[in-house]
Design a protein around this ligand. Sequence first.
Ligand SMILES: [Zn+2]
Length: 59
Amino acid sequence: MKEITVNCPQCKKTVIPDTADCYLPFCSEHCKMIDLGKWVTELYRIPEVEKIEDKRKGN
Ligand SMILES: [Zn+2]
């Protein structure tokens, strides 16, 4: 029997897929939500930065 483990990208904890199946590759819902939140924040941040850059060029 081989044990497959992954490291949670958020907290770097060792995750045993059997016990955290629905959150993989994260160890828990908490870490999954933190990571999703980061993605959402960055996705919204990029267009805002571009707008600011355009205004600076105009001046
Ligand atoms: Zn984690």
